[in-house]
Structure formats: C-alpha cells, structure tokens
Design a protein around this ligand. Structure first.
Ligand SMILES: [Ca+2]
Ligand SMILES: [Ca+2]
Ligand SMILES: [Ca+2]
Ligand SMILES: [Ca+2]
Length: 414
C-alpha cells in the first residue's frame, strides 16, 4: 500500500497552512492546504474558503453593530433617566419666553409719549462735522415691571414707549434677582432658587441660560457690578452677627468676600463713590445710619441720616453718577434725599404709608425719580404705579399689575 506520503509528487513540498478564525470565544475553522493540491483544488474549494472568510467578517461586523446598539440604548436610557430625575426634582425652570398677551395685565392708561431725541450739530466754521444724537447715549429708562409668583410670569412695560412684553421664568418660592449679567445694557430675567441654591439667568443678549450654583438657602441675593466690568456679579448677603458678602466676580470667576454688617442690617449695595463699581453698603435702622465701604479706596464711611423706622430708598436723584443716601418715612410719607452733588437734603412728600417704594429713572434723564407701587386690593384688584418724573415734576400714573404681584422695575429695555 502506498501511503499518502509516498504518493506525493516528486519535488513537492508539503506545507500546511492553518487559518484560525475566532469570534471572541469561538474557534470557527481550521483547514489545511496542500500546495500540490492547489492546482487541483477546484475553484469550488477556493470559493468555499473565501465564502467562509466572508461569512466570518459579516459575523464580526454584526457583533460590533450589536455592541454599538446596546451602548446607544444604555446612553439614551441614562440621559432619559437623568432628565426625568431633574424634572422630578423640579430643578429645571420653564424656558418658555412668550410675548404680550393682553389678558393678565390691563393696557396702560394713559399712553405715555416717548421723549423726543435731541440732536446736536457740530460745526467747524461753516462746515458741519457731525450730528450727535443725544438719545443714542441717553441713560436707559427704568421699565415698569412685575413678577407674578403664582405662575412665574414677568411683565414689563417699557419705561418710555408703553410697549408691554412678558416672559415666564421661575416659580413660586424663587427669589427674583434681575440684573444685567451678560453686560449688553439690558436687564436679564433671573431667579435664585433657595431650595437648590441655584441662579437661573436668562441672558438678554442671546436668550441662552446660565446656571450658577452659588449661595446658601437663607442667603439674600444682592447682584450688582462689584468688579466694574460692566456685568452684574452673582452675589449673596449672609446675615449674621458678623454678616458676610460673597461676590462671584464676573471678571475673573473668583469670589470676593466682605465681612460687613450685622443682624437686622439691610443690604443697599450701589455705586456711591461713582467709580463704576458697586460698593458694599448697609442701612442700620437701630442707629439710622448708612455704612458704605467705598470701592475706590476700601475705606468705610458712615452717614447718619433719617430716623429709626425709615426705609432706605437709595438712588442717583441728582444725576451726578453717584448714588445718594435716602429714606422714606412711613409716618409722614416723606422722601428724604441727601444729594451727593451738593451734600444738601431734599424733602418730598409722596405716596401713602402702605405703598411699595419703586424709585428708578423712568424718564431716562439720568436722575432717579421718586415712585411708588400701590398694590391692588385682594383678590384680583388692579395695582397702580405713581411716578414723579424728574424732568417735569409731574406724576405719571400707570395701571399695571394685580394684587400680589411683586414690583421689579429695572432697565429691561424690552
Ligand atoms: Ca443683559
Ligand atoms: Ca461684574
Ligand atoms: Ca463704587
Ligand atoms: Ca447722586
């Protein structure tokens, strides 16, 4: 008998080739191949081997696809779960921004007339060099505005045009903290949610939302531009026997900390020294004194003014770029203002004892106007604004807001 070995052709070299195919744990195939048989090997056999390899490649691809699909499903489930948890925790405020619908807030009456823009013509001899529009650089007007906590709606009546817009931002339990955080000159809707110590800022420049986790549950939000970069800084006032201010500076994302004030002091931050930076300041009722830490030189000054029981109503009433200390006395409904430009006192009787005090520059002449908000009677009474315009010394009256609304005047410029 001839063996296979003896039967091999002359000069033929036996060579065994082993091909192993694995699919993770499974050995799929093993075959040997004889060189001499290559010629004889039918096309059919080669095709079979190629087919086997092709099938294997398909199995590998299928396996990869299966893994990728499982990964995607898991990812989607994780995201869905996270969003669900956040929704359950009520951590996301409504981001719906809507425009004026006349139903909830009555139309203004009377309609105020926008102020005319004044122009200045600049000549060199007989040649006109430029026309400067005083309105272009005019102080932006304070707008009338209310926050309706029952549904988280903000209503804004443009200070000079009577145009009304609204936005839904926040909910009951939130503390309102409007300020110009993105530095575009327009006040941004913002709420501070004590339950999760988060600030929700709706940036006016691009309608994007900024979330800032900053503060403690009982802190009072005191946003202002403390570092003078043109953007309001997220900041809180933590009242205690040694009260502390925490300012999250927009210029460098660092916290500036000030120990200033004590229990029962009222925070009244504003730019009193006129350097463009808000100064840490308080009104101490027990001694009827304003305490101000001036940002220009970090010196603390005190100004004894008014009487115990007065309500601080600081503003730049004389329009010199520096805030003036001022108080409202409930007993005689008198506004007392210490004008920073002359260091003299102005006294004006305006409003009634139950009014809320909403001073602001409504007529956009750079001077704060004395103004009061008179809450409507329950359950759905109409509220009124009374504004003593510094330009004409006359009262502008607006029916705007309902009982229970919270006045939040500021230059929203909507
Ligand atoms: Ca803004
Ligand atoms: Ca700032
Ligand atoms: Ca200052
Ligand atoms: Ca002033």
């Amino acid at each position: 008998m001839m063996t296979d070995e003896s039967n091999k052709p002359e000069g033929c070299i036996w060579k065994q080739s082993f091909a192993f195919y694995f699919v993770e744990t499974n050995l799929i195939a093993l075959f040997c191949e004889h060189e001499s048989e290559k010629k004889n090997m039918s096309k059919k056999a080669r095709l079979k081997a190629e087919l086997l390899a092709e099938q294997q490649e398909k199995k590998i691809q299928k396996n990869r696809l299966r893994k990728a699909t499982i990964g995607t499903i898991v990812g989607v489930l994780v995201l869905s779960f996270t969003a669900g948890v956040l929704a359950q925790l009520n951590m996301l405020p409504s981001t719906t921004v809507s425009f004026f619908s006349p139903a909830p807030v009555p139309l203004p009456s009377p309609t105020p007339t926008p102020p005319a823009l004044s122009k200045e013509y600049i000549y060199a001899g007989s040649r006109m060099l430029a026309v400067e529009d005083a309105g272009a650089t005019q102080q932006s007007a304070t707008d009338l505005a209310i926050f309706r906590k029952s549904n988280g709606q903000w209503w804004v009546m443009n200070g000079v045009s009577s145009n009304v817009t609204s936005a839904t931002w926040g909910t009951d339990g939130d503390k309102v903290a409007p300020a110009d955080y993105d530095g575009d000159g327009k006040t941004d809707f913002c709420i501070y949610r004590p339950s999760n110590q988060t600030w929700y800022i709706l940036n006016s420049s691009d309608s994007s939302v900024t979330y800032v986790n900053y503060g403690a549950e009982t802190d009072l939000p005191v946003p202002a531009d403390y570092d003078g970069d043109g953007k309001a800084d997220v900041a809180v006032f933590r009242e205690s026997s040694s009260s502390t201010w925490y300012v999250y500076q927009s210029s460098n994302s660092q916290t500036a900390q000030y120990s200033f004030g004590t229990t029962s002091d009222k925070a009244v931050p504003a730019d009193y020294d006129g350097d463009g930076r808000a100064d840490v300041a308080i009104w101490r009722d027990s001694t009827a004194t304003f305490w101000i830490q001036q940002s220009t030189n970090s010196q603390t000054i005190s100004v004894a003014f008014g009487s115990s029981g007065d309500v601080p109503v600081v503003g730049d009433y004389d329009g010199d770029g520096r805030f003036d200390v001022a108080t409202f006395r409930t007993s005689d409904t008198t506004w007392r203002i210490l004008n920073s430009s002359t260091n003299t006192q102005t006294t004006t009787q305006y409003g009634i004892s139950t009014d809320q005090l909403v001073q602001g520059d409504y007529d956009a002449d750079g001077k704060t106007d004395i103004a009061v908000y008179r809450d409507g009677s329950a359950p759905d009474g109409q509220s009124y604004w009374y504004i003593l315009k510094s330009t004409t010394n006359t009262t502008r009256t607006e029916a705007f807001g309902m009982h229970g609304d919270y006045p939040v005047p500021a230059p929203y410029r909507r």
